[in-house]
Design a binder for this molecule. Structure first.
Ligand code: F6P
Length: 360
C-alpha cells in the first residue's frame, strides 16, 4: 500500500509510478493507494484504490498526487468532536494496524516529510512493515541530499524573480517576494542566488531592519534603481516573531504562515524607506504544476528503490539520496534532526560573496 502525506509536492506521482512499475515486474505483488494519507484506511468505508500500470501511465509529468494527501488526521491524532462542540484527538494506531492486517496489506510505503516519517516510525515501532520516501519542497530533511519537489519550487521562484526584476527596474521599485519555508530558508536562499536578488531573509537568520534598509539605499542612485528582496514565510526580525494566523481548520496542527512580506514593507516604510514597495506572495504556486526533470528523475529513483526495499524486507528505513547513490537510512535517524541553514554554511557564504544582504 502506498500513500502520500503532508503538503503536496511536484514529483509525488512520479514516485507512485516508480513503485507501481517496479512492482509490476514481480510476481505476486499488487499495489494499492490509500486515499489522503492514512485517512483512507481509517475511514469507513475504507478508501483505497488499486494502482496498476495503466493507472500510472505518464504520471511522471503530473503535479499533485492522484491518491490525495492531507496534513490533518492520521492514526496517532484522529480528530473527534466532543459533546461540547470542541475537538480532541484520539490514537487509532492499533485499530488501524488490525485493519491493515485484515485487508491483507503486506507492506506500506509512506511518501511524506518529517511529520509523515514520524508517523512511519511510530507504526514501524508497533510492528508495521513500512518504508519511507522523503518529500517536501522545503528540503528540510537532514538525511537526504535533496528531497524531490525542492528543485521545482526553486525553479518556480527563480522564474518569478526574473519576471519581477523587469517590472521593478521599470518602476524604480523595491519588490519583496515571499516564498515558502516555514522553518528552513532553502527555497529562499537558492532562488535568491539563482535570481540575483539583493536581499534574502530566512527563518534561520533573524534580520536587522536597518541592514535591509541600508542595502536598499545602496541599490539606488537618488530615486533611480530597484531592489529585489526574497523573504521566506518563516523569517522574522531580530527580537520579533513569525507572521501568521491560526486557521481554525480541524486537525491542522500548524500556524498558517504568511504576511511577513507585507509586514516587512510596512516596517521599511516606518523605518524611512521612501521608494515604492510592492509585495508578491508566491504561496502554493510553488507546489503546483509539473516537476522539473531533476525531480522526476529523483522521484522515480526513490519510487523504484522504495519498492525494492519492500522486496528486500528493508523495513523501518527511508530511501535517501546520498550523491551519487540512493541509500537507506533508519526512520529514527531520518526524523532526528531537521535540515536547517547554518548561518556559517557554504551557500550563505556564496550569497554574501555576490553581495546578497542576509540581514544579520
Ligand atoms: O511543508 C511545506 C510547506 O510548503 C511549508 O513551507 C508551508 O508552510 C506549508 O507547506 C503550507 O502548507 P499548507 O497550506 O498545505 O498547510
Amino acid at each position: 500500500m502506498v500513500l502520500t502525506g503532508g503538503g503536496d509536492c511536484p514529483g509525488l506521482n512520479a514516485v507512485i509510478r516508480g513503485i507501481v512499475k517496479r512492482a509490476s515486474q514481480e510476481k505476486d505483488w499488487e499495489v494499492v493507494g490509500c486515499i489522503e494519507s492514512f485517512n483512507g484506511v481509517l475511514r469507513e468505508p475504507t478508501e483505497i484504490e488499486i494502482l496498476d500500470e495503466k493507472r500510472v501511465e505518464g504520471l511522471q509529468i503530473q503535479g499533485g498526487t492522484i491518491i490525495g494527501t492531507t496534513n490533518k488526521g492520521g492514526p496517532f491524532a484522529w480528530p473527534v468532536k466532543q459533546s461540547d462542540g470542541t475537538w480532541t484527538t484520539v490514537d487509532r494506531s492499533d485499530e488501524m494496524l488490525r485493519k491493515l492486517q485484515y485487508l491483507g496489506i503486506d507492506a506500506v510505503i509512506n511518501i511524506g516529510g518529517d511529520g509523515s516519517q514520524r508517523i512511519s516510525l511510530g507504526l514501524y515501532n508497533k510492528g508495521l512493515n513500512i518504508v519511507g520516501v522523503p518529500k517536501t519542497i522545503d528540503n528540510d530533511l537532514s538525511m537526504t541530499d535533496y528531497t524531490f519537489g525542492f528543485q521545482t519550487a526553486v525553479q518556480i521562484c527563480t522564474d518569478a524573480i526574473d519576471k519581477l526584476v523587469t517590472t521593478a527596474a521599470s518602476h524604480n521599485r523595491v519588490f519583496i517576494m515571499e516564498v515558502m519555508g516555514r522553518d528552513a530558508g532553502w527555497i529562499a536562499l537558492h532562488s535568491a542566488i539563482a535570481g540575483g536578488a539583493d536581499i534574502c531573509l530566512i527563518p534561520e537568520i533573524p534580520y536587522d531592519i536597518e541592514k535591509v534598509k541600508a542595502k536598499i539605499e545602496q541599490r539606488y542612485n537618488k530615486r533611480r534603481g530597484y531592489c529585489i528582496i526574497v523573504v521566506a514565510e518563516g523569517a522574522m526580525p531580530k527580537g520579533g516573531t513569525v507572521t501568521g494566523t491560526e486557521t481554525g481548520e480541524v486537525g491542522y496542527q500548524h500556524v498558517k504562515l504568511g504576511g511577513v512580506g507585507e509586514q516587512l514593507a510596512a516596517d521599511l516604510k516606518a523605518a524611512g524607506v521612501e521608494h515604492d514597495i510592492r509585495c508578491t506572495i508566491l504561496g502554493h504556486l510553488q507546489r503546483g504544476g509539473t516537476p522539473i526533470a531533476f525531480d522526476r528523475v529523483l522521484a522515480t529513483e526513490f519510487g523504484v528503490r522504495a519498492m525494492e526495499f519492500v522486496l528486500e524486507g528493508r523495513f523501518g528505513q527511508m530511501v535517501a539520496y546520498h550523491h551519487p547513490d540512493i541509500v537507506g537510512v533508519s526512520l529514527e535517524e531520518a526524523v532526528r534532526t531537521p535540515h536547517f541553514i547554518d548561518p556559517n554554511e557554504r551557500l550563505v557564504h556564496t550569497a554574501k560573496g555576490v553581495g546578497i544582504e542576509m540581514g544579520d
